[in-house]
Write a protein that binds this ligand. Structure first.
Ligand code: BGC
Length: 617
């Protein structure tokens, strides 16, 4: 890493950002630290969310405004738009003694408002240039809305498709995962972090979160160092080598100690061995959650986290409410607090906030730079590159643009399920359905649409999946009626296109499944459609690999499209009608059944079962 060039005037710096190297310090930050009280330093370590916009962890911060004005907040997330961010920034800069600006963060996981495919889909493109370009676009849009810190890339290697968050990463392979981590960091951070359209990236979740036992979200992880270093750690390291500005600790244990309080992880590995110089933030209340791990009360776990090397506490306020007491009792030193505060102030400096706290707040930018035609075109292109043609019986695809088509299935006209998990800044209302895509791309085709089945008939499951909005809408009509309608439409058409699979929130955070097959309601539909003898193309949407041995053995075409994002319908139609020849390749293994999990391509050879050839003597 190259040297950071320094300048003496505090609120003005003309120099280009380059990450810190070695033990160099920024004089302006040191001067500021010299003026700060212990309370002011602790305030910088506190990250809050007023909610209202970003739906994530269960707790939402209270009294945010008063806390900012009292100098007790270092950063915020869940606030967006130049006007709102300006209000928040004014509270910090205008009301606090030292006028320290806030870092404004967000989860921009696969696009800001122009949502592109879920990361597992993006990884299937294997196109690093395009991935970097998409991350760049996301950064331009997010910064236009006042956000300069992104809780992405998520680089957790995942080899258990029961785990819902497999959707958020690049799959099972450390080499590919590392290349994608680097492309995304470059895309978000660009060449100059002070530019108003680049943002600080945050690699997450350090570490090993994707290896939660049995794919149960937030569960323990236990693995050998060999596996860790060879298969799970490389993508985090790659992001750090690419100059990522921050790191988020994970919820899970590593060698029996939760990541957020794990000194081996956050100091020995991250800083001493990998040379990371940015700041480390906890995951949402992960410091507090160490109480449940049995590591003591809030004061104890907060001091454990700080001493381990964690700098910022997301939402839990354990740092804010206990660290001063811990200093008074001699449990942590002021120097440890200064160290964490310094890293956060350095990030603010690097982002140019001390030059101009309002640099990301140009009210003209959102309408010019967000959800533009160019951005939607890029999302469409990336979606087409992410689709994987799993089979194409009798070369059924592509279809002719004047074909007579029965377009059926619960996802064929379902705007609410196009964006995929973790798209809190996107909006389903901007998404193109498959039906609309067919009409746009093949206006001369004759398309009859029928729902054919509910995504699931299980009312309790539907309730859980609908946590962020109506994803599964169980029809008033009996399922037999829905199915019959679709079969009739199929019989009257040349070809059937069935859009089936998972609703958006069937994968993602806290959305693990033990049964990863296509839900029964839809399996019945698929069987009935194939039984008509008409050629059938299945368009399969999901946030994870599914177990589909039955469907895979049917004489059908099978196109895996993940959750394709805001341009879903247009991109699917581009491929179905042959405007783009599908080129995506899987990045994670699809098991035949859950009993095979974990299953991945880079298994180690063993001596048994005996190979077909004779053993060499
Ligand atoms: C997730 C993180 C996310 C954070 C903030 C947590 O629940 O695990 O990935 O960045 O919330 O929204």
């Amino acid at each position: 890493m190259k040297k950071l060039l320094l300048k003496s005037t505090f609120f003005c710096c003309l120099w280009t950002f380059l990450p810190l190297s070695g033990q160099e310090r920024i004089p302006e930050v040191e001067t500021l630290l010299g003026k700060m009280t212990l309370e002011e330093k602790i305030g910088q370590l506190n990250l809050l969310t007023p909610g209202g916009g970003v739906a994530t962890g269960a707790v939402v911060s209270e009294n945010v405004e008063a806390n900012i004005k009292a100098g007790q907040v270092g950063g915020l997330f869940g606030v967006a738009g130049p006007e709102k961010v300006r209000l928040a920034q004014e509270m910090a800069v205008g009301h606090t003694r030292l006028k320290i600006p806030l870092l404004i963060g967000a989860d921009v996981i696969h696009g800001y408002k122009t949502t592109y495919p879920i990361p597992l889909g993006v990884s299937s493109s294997w196109d690093m240039g395009l991935i970097e370009e998409a991350a760049r676009m996301a950064a331009v849009e997010a910064t236009a809305d006042g956000i300069m810190w992104n809780f992405s890339p998520m680089v957790d290697i995942a080899r258990d498709p029961r785990w819902g968050r497999i959707a958020e990463g690049a799959g099972e392979d450390p080499y590919l995962g590392s290349a994608i981590a680097q492309a995304m960091v470059k895309g978000y951070q660009g060449q100059d972090l002070k530019a108003p359209n680049t943002m600080l990236a945050c690699v997450k979740h350090l570490a090993l979160y994707g290896a939660a036992e049995a794919g149960r979200d937030y569960h323990s992880v236990d693995m050998s160092k060999i596996k860790m270093f060879n298969q799970y750690l490389p993508p985090y390291k790659a992001a750090i080598d690419a100059g990522v500005a921050s790191v988020m600790s994970s919820f899970n244990d590593i060698d029996g100690v939760p990541a957020s309080g794990n000194k081996w992880l956050l100091t020995t590995l991250l800083r001493d061995r990998w040379g990371f110089e940015g700041f480390a933030v906890s995951d949402y209340t992960s410091v507090n959650e160490m109480v449940a791990h049995g590591l003591g009360d809030l004061q104890a776990v907060s001091s454990l986290a700080l001493k381990a090397g964690l700098d910022m506490d997301m939402v839990g306020e354990g740092f804010l409410t206990t660290l001063k007491k811990s200093v008074e009792e001699g449990k942590v030193s002021e120097e440890e607090i200064t160290r964490a505060c310094r890293r956060i102030l350095e990030a603010k400096y690097i982002a140019g906030l001390f030059d101009d706290p309002y640099r990301y707040l140009d009210s003209d930018r959102p309408k010019k730079e967000i959800l533009t035609k160019e951005n939607r075109d890029l999302a469409r292109k990336l979606a087409t590159r992410s689709f994987v043609l799993l089979k194409n019986h009798n070369q059924l695809l592509p279809l002719k643009k004047d074909a007579k088509i029965a377009l059926v299935g619960p996802l064929a006209n379902s705007r609410n399920n196009m964006l995929g998990t973790w798209a809190p800044t996107g909006n389903p209302k901007w998404a193109v359905t498959v039906l609309e895509g067919f009409q746009n791309v093949a206006p001369t085709a004759s398309v009859t649409h029928k729902k054919g089945a509910n995504i699931t008939d299980d009312v309790d499951f539907a309730k859980k999946v609908n946590v962020f909005g109506p994803r599964v809408q169980i029809d008033d009509r009996p399922s037999e009626v829905l199915l019959q309608e679709a079969v009739e439409a199929a019989k009257e058409s040349d070809v059937v296109v069935a859009v089936v699979g998972e609703a958006t929130e069937m994968s993602g955070e806290a959305a693990s499944r033990t049964d990863i097959s296509i839900p029964n309601s839809q399996k019945k539909l698929i069987r009935a459609l194939v039984a008509t003898g008409k050629p059938v193309a299945l368009i399969l949407m999901s946030g994870r690999p599914l177990t589909i041995p039955e469907e895979f053995n049917m004489p059908i075409a099978l196109l895996q499209v993940w959750h394709p994002g805001v341009e879903a319908g247009n991109a699917i139609a581009d491929v179905v009608f042959g405007d783009y020849n599908p080129s995506g390749k899987l990045t994670t293994t699809w098991p035949q059944n859950v009993g095979q999990i974990p299953i991945y391509h880079s298994i180690k050879n063993t001596g048994r079962p005996a190979p077909h050839e004779k053993f060499q003597k």
